[in-house]
Design a protein around this ligand. Structure first.
Ligand code: TPP
Ligand code: MG
Length: 556
């Protein structure tokens, strides 16, 4: 047994977990941690000026490195600011270990907050060490829970006494984590048979494809079966968006999503499905034809068969399951099957060319618009951004133009927020850049989203993290207007154009480039579309944090 203070044991535990960065904002209750930090130069403390930035950063860093990210915030007051983006981390299963100091356990009756209760519903595991002996075990457990499938955020807090008093420890290194749960043979045989009998198969992919590195496997199976591929989530490159079979994102809960699904007799889904009807009333319990065979692959049993009628649930690492299905299918199909699969792919190729043509027409119609169209911004940006850059997508309604302008066909080329909380991108870009110091990181953010966590710019300049931010400044929450129209038309059955939009416009243009300057970030305001390309090249080549505040058209 080794004896030492709880605060020293905390750093020993973090070292064993291979932690490199601590994303944080301290307070007095974290004094033991901040005091001990000076003796551990092997950790880099990245100071944030708003807690949401730390969560966005940790979320993205953990996704880009594939390992847990550690965050330290200040007791209930700091945690409160973090909860919004912890929702995204829980939705996306991000490997975050969030921590905070708490009052001495003896202050239990003096207004001491139950921090675990406060954060628990946004985590996979939460606990507080109230005795120094618990520190190592708690850290070990929190990292293990965060990193094992299904991954997800953890929370740990430390009573002041647990950090300042001496405890006894038997340290050991964390166990290796294997992600490759094998599927049941019967389920695989049934899935192969189902796909073999399919006339119009479809795949719905989620971020679990990226998480299990199953890009090659999903493309191979789609090529072999001629399946159309829809993304339930595309916050990472889950299927090449330039592949003929790729049909774009699908919103299963919406009428148009259900309509698209009507033509498919077999649907294979991978990962958690976003099925929500967002905030509208009357959600739909089903999305497919009653006769459609539904096969669902995931590492999380709670996603399988629990909310959708599922013919073949496959509890497995997607990469392994997809590989086994592809191998099995290629052994049982004949020339006739191959012929119809290739006919489907041919048709999808024609559809794709048509969609590309439509996009070009839309772009040319809007190219000279004043204010700048989102289409022009994205097209011009994509023509000068180096091809091996990483794109961060927090662009909200400009995201469609982004997806049409950039080819995403390499793993790790794109990251976006997961879950509904606004403000992910400012911190998210920082985490991606820290995880990829040799790559250019270009982050597209909606002005509304950027303003939620604009303090991220201060961290960028303080640490000289050379991201180029592009703010799509339309002076409004445009998506809320789009959704309001949908609500009025489909839920309220109103056809009247004279309805007002309340609380969605910012009034005067907010000069985000001026805010950026105040935070020591090089920035430019762009009103003339001709400035997009040269300023963007200048920003990227500066190798410093920089920002383009682009006035774009927000009309519907
Ligand atoms: C923390 C938080 N607050 C409020 C919302 C509601 N909300 C969703 S999208 C949105 C507006 C996004 O606006 P912006 O980033 O400017 O993008 P745009 O719609 O203009 O393209 C808001 C306010 C949210 N999702 N998260
Ligand atoms: Mg906006």
């Amino acid at each position: 047994m080794t004896k030492m203070t709880g605060r020293k044991a905390l750093f020993e535990s973090l070292k064993l977990q291979g932690v490199e960065y601590i994303f944080g904002n301290p307070g007095t209750s974290e004094s033991p941690i901040m005091h001990e930090l000076q003796f551990h130069p092997e950790f880099k403390y990245v100071l944030v000026f708003q807690e949401g930035v730390a969560i966005g950063m940790a979320d993205a860093y953990s996704r880009a490195t594939g390992k847990p990210a550690f965050v330290n915030l200040h007791i209930e007051t700091g945690l409160g600011n973090a909860v919004s983006l912890m929702h995204n981390a829980r939705e996306g299963g991000s490997q975050i270990v969030l921590s905070a100091g708490n009052l001495d356990i003896r202050e239990y009756d003096r207004g001491r907050t139950d921090l675990v209760e406060m954060v628990e519903q946004f985590t996979k595991f939460s606990g507080e060490a109230t005795h120094p002996d618990q520190v190592f075990g708690l850290i070990n457990r929190a990292f293990h829970e965060a990193a094992t499938p299904p991954t997800g955020p953890s929370f740990v807090s430390f009573s002041a006494n647990a950090l300042d008093e001496e405890g006894s420890y038997e340290f050991f290194s964390p166990s290796p984590i294997t992600y490759g749960n094998r599927p049941s043979n019967n389920a695989i045989t049934d899935a192969i048979q189902t796909l073999k009998n399919a006339k119009h198969p479809a795949f719905i992919v989620g971020d679990r494809i990226s998480q299990s590195s199953a890009w090659k496997e999903i493309v191979e199976l789609s090529d072999l079966s001629g399946a159309a591929v829809y993304a339930s989530s595309y916050s990472e490159m889950n299927f090449p968006n330039d592949h003929p079979n790729y049909k774009g994102e699908i919103r299963l809960g919406y009428p148009e999503g259900k309509q698209i699904m009507q033509k498919h007799d077999v649907v294979f889904a991978v990962g958690k499905l976003s099925t929500g009807y967002w905030m509208f009333s009357n959600p739909s319990p089903s999305f497919f034809q009653p006769k459609t065979k539904f096969v669902h692959i995931d590492v999380d049993s709670s996603n399988l068969g629990s909310y959708l009628k599922t013919d073949i649930p496959i509890l497995s690492d997607p990469k392994t399951a997809l590989e086994e299905i592809t191998n099995g299918l290629s052994e049982v199909i004949d020339g006739e099957y191959k012929e119809s699969a290739s006919l489907r792919t041919k048709q999808y190729s024609i559809d794709k060319s048509k969609a590309t043509e439509d996009w070009k027409i839309r772009l040319s119609q809007k190219y000279e618009n004043d204010p700048i169209s989102a289409e022009r911004l994205m097209a011009d940006a994509s023509s000068v951004i180096p091809t091996d850059s990483i794109i961060v997508n927090d662009a909200v309604t400009s995201g469609n133009a982004l997806m049409n302008s950039f080819p995403f066909n390499k793993p790790g080329s794109l990251y976006g927020g997961r879950g509904g909380a606004l403000g992910w991108g400012m911190g998210g870009a920082l985490g991606i850049q820290l995880a990829n110091p040799d790559k250019k990181v270009i982050a597209f953010c909606g002005d509304g989203s950027a303003l939620m966590t604009i303090q991220g710019l201060l961290t960028a300049s303080k640490e000289n993290i050379p991201i180029t931010y592009i703010v799509c400044n339309n002076s409004l929450y445009r998506v809320l207007k789009v959704n309001m129209n949908f609500y009025r038309e489909n839920v309220l059955n109103l056809k009247d154009d004279n309805e007002k939009y309340m609380g969605m416009e910012f009034g005067n243009r907010i000069d985000i480039h001026t805010i950026a300057k105040g935070m020591n970030v090089n920035s430019w305001r762009i009103d003339d579309p001709k400035d997009i390309k040269p300023r963007l090249v200048e920003a990227i080549n500066s190798n410093k944090p920089s920002l383009l505040d682009v006035t774009i058209d927000g009309t519907l």
